[in-house]
Every structure is written in structure tokens, then in C-alpha cells.
Design a binder for this molecule. Sequence first.
Ligand code: CUK
Ligand code: CUA
Length: 576
Amino acid sequence: MGLLKTIPVFSPDPWSGYGYGADAGEVVLDGGSDPAKTEPLRWGDSHHPALSETGGKYDGRFIYINDRANGRIGMVDLRDFKTKQILDIPNLQTSHGGVFATPDTDYVHISSHTGAPLGAPDAFVELEDFAESFRGISTFLAVDQETGKCDLSESFQIELPPYTQDLADAGKLASDGFAFIPCFNTELATASTVDGAPLETSASKNDYDFLHVIDWRKAEEVVEAGKTEMVNGVRMIRLQTAIDEGILHFVPAPRSPHGVCVSPDGNYIVVSGKLDPTTSTYDIELIKRAIEEKTYQGTDVYGVPILDLDAVLVGLVEVGAGPLHTQFDAEGNAYTCMFIESSVAKWTLGPKAGVPESEAFKFVDKVSVHYNPGHLVNVGGDTTEPDGKYLVSMNKWSIDRYQTVGTLHPQNFQLIDLTGEKMRVLKDMPIGFGEPHYAQMVKADTIKAWETYPVGTDPLTMGPSEYATEPGNERIERDGDTVHVYMTAMRSHFTPDVIRVKKGDNVSLHITNIESTKDATHGFAIPGHNVQASIDPGEVVNIDFAANRSGDYAYYCTEFCSALHMEMQGWLLVEP
Ligand code: CUK
Ligand code: CUA
């Protein structure tokens, strides 16, 4: 319950020098921003991180996270805990379903939240035509196993009805090859002026919405067979094809489900309807059989077959008001948080998770949390191998738990002890930088992060930089209007410590931190130029800027690196 580090993904961050002139951050942030859409995006609404997996277990290589607001994904390399890619995913305006990684990280998955008009990027469609023209999208992004980056050319999408797709999960073991996405708004409501009632009312009428059951291995075959259309640069399986090929089925799920979670053995798929006090558990073997035998209770308005509820549902457990998300332990228990009643419930799975028939699908225990939890996380809680004795409840409100610090209050993490007869809250931890959504908890020894870079490393490629500069070889070279500065940084000096240019020149700095001592990080800031970099030991940072103002600017190291840190400065002289 301590905070070690915050990793900037979609937003600039001064301490790490991400997005203030240094190329690594600028390249990643700009690369995730479609210039045709807007000003370069410099924020995201990150919701669901997913660690890469091998064999259904975390492997410590990469972590992915979605941008709920802009339909994007970010990828962080866990060798240096830095963001290497942001991808603006075509045909997806917003995202919520994911990120999850398939059990061997062949794909990371993202699906839409609110559907969008499908077609030309700026297509305008009246809301009256919502059902007709808007579509949801499930995206399987192929992962390059070397770099962890998503490769759009190997990826595919599946067109879905424009229901509001919510947090998804990947099948594993017994359900390997399947993906699950709950959705609400099967009413296809849009807005009060169109529907005559506010969205929150008109989208909550149906007693049952749907869980999407997607056979992604079958989808892969359909893509291989070429039964796709290119839509804005990505191969798409059309809705009708998904129906015809048996890729997409629905399962009824109680009112307005929010999340779906797959048990560690893959047998049980748990859905919580946020307007229903129960969790619904479905059995994957029964789902497979119902698909095989076409045990349908009908189709939706788009023709997607709906599996018969009684044929697939195995457990209905009353847990409390407002159930959202579920985690699992190794003993066949499930833990579900209740947003409305501010509590966490413990309940049992069925015989396939080792629970005797007589004890199966029963409420066990409840603990109050403070307040309004969103997600829960335990060690490997979404893998084939959950472990550990603790659960963290990520609460949306803190109300009276902390000193008042103005009108925007911290959120509250609470650590829950799972070892006793009763669950117990052990500790509070304020989170002062944003609303928590999902999290991943991984054993420390799974992460094999570098302590320093090999000297001369470009963090964008994690290999040698062509701009690496050795001590003694520092220099300034003019090339037309561009001045290249090959600089080294070492306690407590920048070499060169004078850069003389003319107003109007482009300045291209290549700074190598030639230290190999761990934690010997230097910063590099130029007053009034929006330039700030963190140059970690061994790292090469490139900074390009226009010297548009004449003057004498004292650049300096922003990291208190030595007793003579205050002396670690130089001069940028811009002649008129
Ligand atoms: S959602 Cu359910 S609490 Cu985006 Cu995971 Cu936040
Ligand atoms: Cu380098 Cu302070």
C-alpha cells in the first residue's frame, strides 16, 4: 500500500520528461494522435490495464491500458516502465471493453463503449438513425512479441450492434479462444429529446441485456479465409458474417451488466447486473453445447442468436446492491464489489472450481468498504493462477477518511485481509491523482525491470542510439539552419556548457547520460522554452526546438543528482 511510481501514458509528465520536448515522449504522444481529428491529444481516460500473459499467467513483459475517452490503447514496456506506443484505433470512438490480453498475448482486446457511425471517419448521422447506422466494435490487436507493440495490419475487428459494450474479459483454459463482453442499453436509447426520457431511464428498461460470446479463434479463421472488409485501414468481420459464421452469440444477463470476469480455470463466466442484486454465473461447457445444439431463445433485432438462459446459467448469488466487478482466489471463492452499498461480498463458485455441490454458489461473507468501490484486485486475480492473501478495494469516494484538502477529494484504496473467517479492512491509502478503475497486481519477482540502460540507449527502440555521444567526443555541428549539439551529462556537468546559436535556428540536442550508476538521473530544462527531459543513466535523449527568442538562457539539471547539482547548468546563447 505504497506508491512507487506513476507511469505517464496519455498525458505529458514533467518529472519523467514525457511530452516536454524529448523525442521519446513526443513521438509516442504524437503517434497516438490522428492529426486529422483534432489538436494533438494530450490526455486520456485510462481505465483498464492488462499485463501481458504467457500460458494464462502474467509474464512481466508489457502492460496495456485503454483510453476510454478517445478509443485508444497505450503500451508500456516493463523493462523501463515507459510508454512505447499509443495507437488510435480506427472505427472506435470510445473504448471500454478491455484491455484484456489473450492467454498468450497473441492479441490485446478493446471494444467500443458507445457505438459510433460506421464508415467515413467524420460521417454525420442523426440520432434517430442510431439503430440503423451506429455500430459497436470489438478489436483484436495483434501483438508483436518482440516489441509488445500492436500491429494494425495483423489485427481485425468484429462489427457489433450499437448496444453499449462494457468491460470485457478473455476466456482461458476451459474457455480458451472465447471472449466475453457484457452490454447494456439493448433498448438502443440515445438521448432524452429522441427517446422522450433521459438516457439513464430509457437505457435501463429491459430486465435482461446481453453478454456477447465471441469465438475469436473462429474469427481468426474467418479473417484468414478473407471474409473481411477493409474499413479505415483495418480488416473487419461484418455483423452478418459474424452471425453466419457462428462467431457471435448472446447470453441474457440481468439488468445493465457492467463487468464480466472469467474464473481462473476458465469454466465460469461471472456477470453482475449493476441494477440487479445478484451475480450470474454461466458455465462455458453449457455455452459451448448450447451453441452446438442451437439452443436459442430467439435472436436480437440484428439477428444475433440468443442462447437460452436456462441452458447456460448455473449460479445466481444474491450479493447486495450494485454489484460491479469480481476477482477470484485459488480456493474457488469469488469476491464482488458493490458500488451502491459500499461493500465487498465473498461467495463460492461451483464444483468445477473445487467447491462441493452443497456449498456451490453460496454467499459466504461481506465487509464494508469506504466508499463506493469500483474494481477489486488481488494477485493474479484475472489469471489462471490467483494467489495471495489480500484484496484491494479501489473506492471512488473517500468522504470522511482523510483531512479535507479542498473540493476535489482523494479516492481511497483499502487493503482487505482474506485469511480469516471474516474479511477485514487493514489499511486505507489515499490516491490523489485520479479515479481508479481496474488494476493489476503481480508478484514482484515476475517483473524484471532494468536498473540502468546500457550507456547510449534510445528508449524508443531499447537499442543503441545513433546519437549516443562518448565523453571526449562532444561537439556542436551546424547544418544549414539546424545546429546539432552532441552533449554528455555526468555529475555535475553538461558538456558542452555553452551553446551559441542565432535567432531562428533549429536546435537539435542529443544528450547522453554517460553514467552507469543506478539512479544517477539528470534532468534537462531550458527556461521559457517548454523543454524538460529526464535523462536516466545510459539514456540518450533528443530534443528539437526552434530558437525563436534571442537571449541568454541558463539550462540546468532538474534532478538533485549530487552535492553540486545546483551548479549543473550551462548557457544557451541566442544571438539576435
Ligand atoms: S469501469 Cu467499473 S469501476 Cu471503466 Cu472498469 Cu471504472
Ligand atoms: Cu544532474 Cu542535478
